[in-house]
Structure formats: C-alpha cells, structure tokens
Write a protein that binds this ligand. Structure first.
Ligand SMILES: [Fe+2]
Ligand SMILES: [Fe+2]
Length: 405
C-alpha cells in the first residue's frame, strides 16, 4: 500500500469516528474550572497532570567549571520542541564536556568540539560544558502542528505579531458570540500560534528547496517544495484571519528575524530533518487537521481546516517521496542506520497517551481546539497506521534503487 492510501484511510476514519461519537459541540458549553493544573510533587514521582511532562533540560557552563546545584539550574531545551520549562528542576543527570552547539538550519544539538569543524557559521558560540537536568515542562495541548518549523539554535524562529491592517488576514471571521472571554482568548491564542508557524513555514520550505538543489534533486521534488511554500502563505493568511476575528482586531506578522538558515548539513543530517519535520511532522499535521475538522462547527474554521488538511496531506506525501529519493543516495547505509534510530526515538513521543484534561472547556471544540488525550489518540493512530508501516516499507526497499516520483 502507498503512503497516500494509508494516510487517506486514517484521515477518513478519524473524521468518521469523531462524527459517530457525537463529539460535535455547540457554542457556549462547559466552562471547566479553567485553572492551571497543580504541578507540585512531580519531581517526587507525583502523577503528572495532562500536558506537564518531565523532560531533560540543559545549562551551559564555561569549560572546566562546576554544574550549578539543582535548585539554581535555569533550564532550556533545544531541538524541535514546544516544551516550556516550568521553573522546576528535579535532578541532575550528568555533564558532557567540551561541546559546541551546531545549528544545521532546521534545529541543532550539541556535538563534540574536538571533532566538529568550526564553520564559523553553523557552530553557535564557543565550546562549553553542558549540564543535563530533569525538570518539569509544559507542553501546550493544542500546540500547532503547522507544517515545517523554521528553527535556529534549536528554537523556532517566528515573526512577532503586529496589530493593524497588513493584507495577511483572509477568509470570513469566525462567529461565536457565546464563547466566554476565557474561551475566546484560548481559541484566539491557538489560531495566532498557528498563524505565526504557518508564516515561518514559508521560509522553512524555501530552505528545504535549497537543500534539495544542493543535493541534486529531480524537478518534481523542487516543484513540490516551492508549491508547498505557496500553500503555507495561504495557510498563514487563513490562520491570521481566524486569529484576527477571535481577537477582535486585525493581526499580521512583523518581519521574520534575519539570520542564517541555509544549511550545509550532511546527507544524514538533511534526511533526519526531513523525517522529523516532514515525514513525521506533516503526516501528523494532516491527521491533526482531520481530527479538528471532525469536531469543528464554525464555518470559517472548517473552511480553513479543509484547505490545511488537503495541503498538509500533499506536503507529507512530498516528504516521503523526498525521503525515497534521498535513500537512493545512501550508498553506505548511514542514512538508513540513523533514521532507524530517529523513528525509534520519535515513537515514544507520539504513541503515549496522556490523561484526559478535565479542565478542557468543550465549547472550544467547535472552534478547532482539541482535548489533549483525544488528540493524542488520533496522532498515535497516525503513527501506527501510517508512519510506522511507511518507514518499514522504505527501510526494507533495496538500497540504491532508481528514484521514481
Ligand atoms: Fe501549513
Ligand atoms: Fe505543510
């Protein structure tokens, strides 16, 4: 079975199941208690409330110095992540000496300073020792999965929001006067996050197109990457339109922060970024859009989600075709070996189901938001039914077969 068939079957099922389950919501429902869940006691093994995982964070220190005590450790996370540290550091995990932060344009991580060449461009800062700690983080339950993130130094690069006429908002504004003020703010924030990510995805696809050219990709893939960048402009416009309506004023993006994003990564690094952001990220984005579409009632939200679902499905298919082509360049098996590890690492993240969020206000379902655990169920299905078998089929394919789009 082809990737496109697997995805279409799961998307149809996600939409169908939600409709049968009677999850459609009307405006103005249960407010929930609205309060943040308690996170005390998590370090001591307390039950984690929905959206508050324990995870590893880092502190950089000058070479040869001592890691700060747990209580003083101010953590940060790197890589493609939405985690926000909650000012709670639980315990020290270890220190890795003499590291540099290497940014491949999609994200990055620490590498050994002695074996990493200093390009002066992709190595950020001087060598440091890196202390790792376990801490309490917040993972926004409705964090947008909107195409490829644009990353630099491990952090997402996003434009600031600017109020006022900008030409960006598109589509009819959503209508739901029965939302409470808090619910409306929740919905507005979600669509604003989505809008800035879709906006940044335009630059991310430009970056991807340059990587494809650098590797000598065929025209079908280049055409797909540029087409996808145009799609992302429309996604951004639709999301800015929704965000503006819920916020009650026109909103658009400011300038995207300038800086180097054009990569010079190895074949393995480009393949890894493609898998994390395209093959996995955009497949999940398509199923995520399907799950939102299944419960959304607002006409404008539904119109935006229908376009996003169609386009993200195409972007995901492009990513898998691009991976198929990259594997034809993998003459020594290094790409396959690394990607097997990447799929293993990502599996845990996308197949674990958090507890149901009892404070989730059901009224916002009609406006495209999802409760954490129900969303996780759908993304887990996407992993098992689409991503895992697609990678298994590719990994089992003969090495260096001729590429056919
Ligand atoms: Fe998008
Ligand atoms: Fe996309």
């Amino acid at each position: 079975m082809q990737f496109e068939q697997r995805l279409a079957m799961t998307v149809a099922s996600v939409i169908g199941l939600a409709l049968m389950g009677g999850q459609l919501a009307a405006c103005g429902g249960d407010d929930g208690d609205g309060g943040p869940p308690g996170i005390d006691g998590l370090c001591d093994g307390g039950a984690a409330p929905a959206n508050y995982p324990l995870a590893t964070g880092y502190v950089e220190i000058p070479l040869g110095t001592t890691c700060p005590d747990v209580v003083d450790a101010e953590l940060w996370v790197n890589g493609c992540t939405f985690l926000e540290w909650q000012q709670i550091t639980c315990g020290f995990e270890g220190v890795t000496l003499n590291q540099v932060y290497v940014d491949d344009g999609y994200g990055g991580g620490y590498q050994d300073a002695e074996t990493t060449p200093d390009t002066g461009y992709f190595v950020a800062g001087d060598p440091v020792d890196v202390c790792a700690y376990e801490g309490v983080f917040y993972l926004p339950p409705n964090h947008a999965v909107c195409g490829r993130p644009l990353l630099r130094d491990g952090a997402m690069v996003l434009a600031n929001i600017q109020p006022g006429p900008s030409g960006w908002p598109a589509g009819a504004p959503a209508v739901c006067s029965e939302l409470s003020e808090d619910e409306r703010a929740l919905v507005a924030d979600y669509w604003m996050d989505c809008a800035t990510m879709e906006h940044a995805s335009v630059a991310s696809f430009s970056h991807f197109a340059l990587d494809l050219m650098r590797l000598g990709a065929p025209p079908e893939l280049l055409r797909g990457a540029h087409h996808a960048a145009l799609d992302e402009i429309e996604h951004a416009r639709l999301c800015f339109g929704l965000a503006s309506g819920y916020h009650g004023q026109p909103l658009g993006p400011g300038p995207l922060p300038a800086g180097p994003v054009v990569g010079s990564g190895s074949l393995v690094e480009v393949a890894e970024a493609l898998v994390r952001e395209g093959c996995i990220g955009e497949t999940l984005a398509a199923v995520d859009a399907a799950a939102r579409l299944a419960v959304a009632k607002d006409t404008s939200v539904r119109a935006a989600l229908e376009i996003i679902l169609k386009d993200e499905s195409a972007h995901a298919a492009l990513a898998w075709r691009s991976l198929k082509w990259i594997l034809t360049l993998d003459t020594d098996g290094a790409v396959r070996e690394r990607l097997t590890q990447v799929f293993f690492e990502e599996r845990q993240r996308w197949t674990s189901i958090p507890e149901q969020d009892a404070s989730f206000p059901s009224a916002v379902l009609a406006h495209g938001l999802l409760e954490t655990s129900s969303r996780a169920h759908d993304l887990s299905r996407a992993w098992r039914e689409v991503i895992e078998p697609s990678w298994a089929a590719l990994a089992a394919s003969p090495k260096a077969t001729a590429f056919q789009a």
